[in-house]
Design a protein around this ligand. Structure first.
Ligand code: BGC
Length: 260
């Protein structure tokens, strides 16, 4: 079965690297028109636009800091001007933040994580839903994490932001369903991207990480991108208000593979 997204207008936040980049490419391969949001990495975003265009796809790069309400509003107005609206929003922009126990953490670090991962996703979803409810169709796909469910020492802001994002999405799904709009979460596990390079590039860190993954391998960005296009497509037309985990089994208590 082919996933055909021709005619769909997609906005991917944080598209200049990692999962955002992979998802943007996969949406383009499926025929969607892709708007690539980036905050500061203009060169990476333009290179990706060119790569998509060279493959026969349609793409545009849109700069905005997702935590800035005025910048987000301006970005959606630009998308309106270029393509006349939006059909799929992928709320992907996110950061892990500094690693520290809560009592040593700094308030500005907490704010950065929550502003980008949670408030940023809210601001983008708000703009997208205004348009989608009006047109009576659309999908908001939020990239959460296994850490919407699994606690993570040193990352209380991150886990709080992802758990919050999940509940935000489920509430929005209730609101939007009668209007023909779906809201979902995709929760990746450990995927090999720049965000966790310090862990997978370190032999000890990598060994520790693999212990936490029943499938015994780190995920690749395509593992996430393939599920993202499915969830955003009409093949998933009866799915809303839930989280799909793409984690090699990480949420399945790997320590209980033996003993007990
Ligand atoms: C984080 C990664 C981490 C993974 C598994 C993700 O949400 O962004 O840094 O490797 O969770 O712990």
């Amino acid at each position: 079965m082919m996933i055909d997204l021709h005619g769909r207008r997609v906005l991917v936040t944080g598209a200049s690297s990692g999962l955002g980049r992979a998802m943007a490419l996969t949406f383009a391969v499926c025929g969607a028109q892709v708007a690539l949001n980036y905050r500061s990495d203009e060169d990476e975003a333009s290179a990706l636009v060119q790569q998509i265009q060279a493959g026969g796809g349609t793409a545009v790069a849109l700069q905005a800091d997702v935590s800035d309400p005025a910048a987000v509003a301006a970005m959606f107005e630009q998308a309106d001007a270029v393509w006349g609206g939006i059909d799929i929003l992928v709320n992907n922009a996110g950061i892990d933040g500094a690693r520290a126990p809560a009592w040593e953490g700094q308030v500005p670090d907490w704010n950065d994580v929550v502003d980008i991962n949670l408030t940023g996703a809210y601001l983008c979803a708000r703009q997208a839903l205004q348009r989608m409810v009006r047109q009576r169709s659309g999908v908001v796909l939020n990239i959460t994490s296994v850490h919407e469910r699994i606690p993570w020492g040193g990352h209380s802001a991150y886990t709080a932001s992802k758990a919050g994002l999940s509940m935000m999405a489920r509430s929005m799904a209730l609101e939007a369903a009668p209007h023909g709009v779906r809201v979902l979460c995709l929760a990746p596990g450990a995927i090999q991207t720049p965000i966790n390079e310090d862990v997978w590039s370190d032999p000890q860190g990598c060994e520790d990480l693999l212990q936490k993954i029943p499938m015994g391998r780190i995920g690749q960005p395509e593992d996430v991108a393939n599920v993202a296009v499915f969830l955003a497509s009409d093949l998933a037309a009866y799915m809303t208000g839930t989280t799909v985990y793409v984690d090699g089994g990480m949420t399945n208590y790997p320590g209980f593979a033996h003993g007990g």
